[in-house]
Design a protein around this ligand. Structure first.
Ligand SMILES: *Cc1c(COP(=O)(O)O)cnc(C)c1O
Length: 336
């Protein structure tokens, strides 16, 4: 099957499995796992931060960060369709008593700072205390404009807010923009990265920030059930991913562009411009669920929800030949 549902469907390569099998391990709750320590240091270094914390998922990573930044009755400002707000079960509100203030993103994925400013609450007991601005990069496949990141920092400094980045796909942003992940992370107090997306590791995320911040975050991680024991076995996969599978994200982007060009040539399909590894497709004529069924019969998995754009994601399990196969299958499925 050619699986375009997400870049989370990647499987560890033989070299990655080899690295996992060789990993030196210890009980990481005691701070004894040298491989986890090495991953945390590597990720922190790549993003220009002092310390890192390995966690099982990006959801837990973002939640730990929010819990450090905000207390009960505090508020964070976040995109209406940001993962942290929309796809993490409302964890900040449920488990942290943190009120989200979701705002619509602009077409380029940014939260316009004048609009954010209008929603920062005054210091008055009627309101929650606005503490944090949370951004996402890439967001729905889009790279936030580089200048926006510095402007967001200036804005949050003026307003006394902290700045968190959900950088689940920060390396896609780096590869697409030619800016290093460190430069993209520079203005943020905390950054969460996913190892289990396009980077191809089976499990895990790393939260990076200052030493003090990570010390606090480790308290929350333990409370949330994220203290792991001989987790060097999976951390080794993360190290392998960061050392060997970052630059190849360029292939995913190229494959996504080729896919977009091919699909744009099919009558009835409208394709959004592609920046990274995601292609968004819409059809006025064909029901996405019906299209998904037609493609599945041809060996291709996509997720099609009625009324939504179809999202196709390229990753290390998809090669250029697969793209040709997919374009051909779309031509057939759209013709029926
Ligand atoms: C996948 C993802 C996360 C976290 O995901 P987990 O599935 O919990 O690892 C966070 N933010 C974004 C933008 C993501 O795509």
């Amino acid at each position: 099957m050619i699986d375009l549902r997400s870049d989370t469907v990647t499987k560890p390569t033989p070299a990655m499995r080899e690295a996992m099998s060789q990993a030196e391990v210890g009980d990481d709750v005691f701070g004894d796992d040298p491989t986890v320590a090495r991953l945390e240091e590597l990720a922190a270094g790549l993003l220009g931060k002092a310390a890192g914390m390995f966690v099982p998922s990006g959801t837990q990573s973002n939640l730990c960060a929010l819990l450090v930044h905000c207390g009960r009755g505090d508020e964070y400002i976040v995109g209406q369709t940001a993962h942290t707000y929309l796809f993490e079960g409302g964890g900040a509100a449920v488990l942290g008593g943190i009120q989200p203030q979701p705002l619509d993103q602009a077409d380029d994925g940014t939260l316009p700072l004048d609009r954010v400013g209008a929603f920062v609450k005054p210091d008055d007991f009627h309101y929650a205390r606005t503490r944090l601005l949370c951004l996402e990069n890439t967001t729905w496949g889009k790279v936030l404009p580089f200048e926006y990141l510095g402007a967001a920092r200036e804005f949050t400094d003026e307003r006394g807010l902290a700045l968190h980045l959900d950088g689940a796909r920060i390396f896609n942003a780096a590869i697409a923009s030619g800016k290093s992940a460190e430069l993209i992370a520079e203005h943020f107090d905390s950054v969460s990265i996913c190892l289990s997306k396009g980077l191809g590791a089976p499990v895990g995320s790393v939260l990076v920030a200052s030493e003090d911040f990570i010390k606090e975050a480790k308290r929350w991680r333990k409370m949330l059930g994220g203290g792991m024991r001989q987790s060097g076995v999976i951390a080794a996969a993360g190290i392998h991913a960061l050392e060997n599978q970052v630059n190849r994200l360029a292939d995913d982007h190229e494959n996504a562009r080729a896919l977009a060009v091919g699909l744009a040539g099919i009558s009835g399909l409208e394709v959004d411009p592609v920046q990274t590894n995601m292609v968004f497709v819409e059809s006025q004529k064909i029901n996405p669920a019906f299209l998904a069924e037609g493609l599945q019969e041809r060996g291709i998995l996509i997720s099609g929800y009625p009324g939504q754009k179809i999202r196709l994601v390229t990753h290390l399990g998809i090669c250029r030949k697969d793209i040709e196969t997919v374009i051909h299958a779309f031509q057939e499925a759209c013709a029926t």
